[in-house]
Structure formats: C-alpha cells, structure tokens
Write a protein that binds this ligand. Structure first.
Ligand code: F6R
Length: 244
C-alpha cells in the first residue's frame, strides 16, 4: 500500500476545489509561501478558484513566491501557447501577486544555460506545495519515461506521446507542437515539502493505478512520488480513479 493520501472526487470541479483547499489553508497559515505550479488543462479550475478567493479578499498572493515546472523551447516567450503566457492569462494577471516573485524557466535561447540558471534559483528556496498534473505516459513536469530520478533542471526532447497529447493546444497540428522543453527534474520536484498530484479523465487512469500500486519505476516517472519524504496527496476524479 502506498503512503500517499488518495482523494477521489466526483468530478473535475470537486478535484479542483480539494486542491484549492490545501493551498488556501497554506496561505492562511503562511502568507509568504512558496508554490510550485503546473500548466496544462488540469489546474485551470484550481486557478479559477484561487482567483475568486483572492478577488473576494479571502487570501492574498502579495508575498507569495512561485516557481513553474516547465516551459517549451523553440517558441518565443510571448507565444500564445507558451507557459509564460498561460500563467499570466490563467492566473497571475488576475491576482495580487508581485510578478517579480513569479518564476518560469526560460525556453528561449541557450537551454543548457537556462537550465543551470533555473536550478540555481530553485536551490535558493524550498517549495511548500508543488502542484503536479500527469501525462498519459506518466510524465511529471516534462520528465519523460526513462528520466534519471537524480537529475535537476534540464532540457528534454518530448516523447511522441506527449507531442500528440499537446497537439490539441496547437490547432491539432503536430508540426506546430514544440519538440523540446526545459523542465524541473524529478530531484527538484522531490525537494518540495508537500506534493499535490491532480488528475482527471480516463486517459490518466493507468498512470494513477501505477502510482497507487506503490511501484517505483523509472519508465513511469510519476511512481517516484512513492519515495517522496514529505506529504503527497493524489487528488483525482472518478474517471482517473477507475482502474484502482
Ligand atoms: C505542465 C506539466 C505537464 C502536465 C501534463 C498533463 O506544466 O508539467 O506534466 O501537467 O502533461 O497535462 P494536462 O493537464 O493538459 O493533461
């Protein structure tokens, strides 16, 4: 049995709410918390709830610091599908955060140097809660199957499965999907105090089963959560839990 705390919810909205509750609880206790953030379709509902709570003054992001997991290479920072743009549109533009306190790896330019710089930034801090989505192939961040669990921030060639999955954000045109990204490594993810993995939909069910089976398999990166020293919550909807 896994020591991970599993929370199965009825639907996407409830999944988002349960994850938001954990962040709200943290911010009320620690207004200058450090959050690790993800992009993709999974956390959109979570960000909406946090925006509402901020707008109604229940929580503040004034002193919050954020670090994102990853960014595409090969597209400009201001591209409509860059994670920089995603974070501003879906979250940062709508809350009282100081944008100088938000950090996203730089995808443009020398990716090795960018990776080294982001690693140095991360090594100066400690993430209180890291939010994760999960790829249908079990990736977390852009740590694709087979990634050494010990490496830090690095550039990566995306797997075909990931490129196919992400084509929906690029007019379903595989040619337009970036083939390379920069990502926190598993090592950086495991440095977080608490990890919240969110997943919804049947295409995540296999990956969720693998992590809850308490395996640790380099070919299914998410299973590394079983050796995290801190707290791990897996918050899923019924569909993502359908193979448990
Ligand atoms: C995004 C990220 C990825 C996504 C994963 C799931 O920052 O690191 O690991 O979390 O690809 O994406 P969605 O949520 O679009 O299914």
């Amino acid at each position: 049995m896994s020591k991970i705390e599993l929370i199965i919810t009825n639907n996407y909205d409830e999944m988002s709410q349960r994850a938001a509750d954990k962040i709200i609880e943290l911010l009320l206790k620690k207004p200058n918390a450090v959050l690790g953030l993800a992009t993709g379709s999974t956390p959109i509902g979570l960000y909406k709830i946090l925006i509402e709570k901020n707008n109604s003054k229940k929580i503040s992001f004034k002193d919050v610091i954020t670090y994102n997991l990853d960014e595409y290479c090969d597209i400009p920072k201001n591209h409509e599908q860059s994670y920089f743009t995603y974070m501003n549109h879906n979250f940062f533009d709508h809350i009282d955060i100081n944008k100088n306190n938000t950090h996203i790896p730089l995808g443009e330019g020398d990716s090795k140097l960018n990776a080294e710089n982001y690693e140095n930034e991360l090594n100066k801090t400690k993430i209180d809660i890291q939010i994760l989505g999960i790829g249908s192939n079990g990736h977390i961040g852009f740590n694709e199957p087979g990634t050494d669990f010990g490496i830090g921030v690095h550039d990566v060639e995306l797997h075909n499965k990931t490129i196919n999955d992400n084509a929906r954000f690029f007019e379903n045109d595989i040619k337009k999907v970036p083939k390379k990204a920069i990502t926190m490594g598993i090592k950086n993810i495991l440095d977080a105090e608490t990890i919240i993995l969110m997943a919804n939909g049947t295409n995540k069910a296999d990956a969720i089963k693998n992590v809850m089976d308490n395996k640790v398999d380099i070919n299914i990166p998410v299973t590394v959560l079983n050796i995290h020293k801190g707290k791990v919550y897996v918050i899923v909807d019924k569909k993502a839990a359908s193979k448990l």
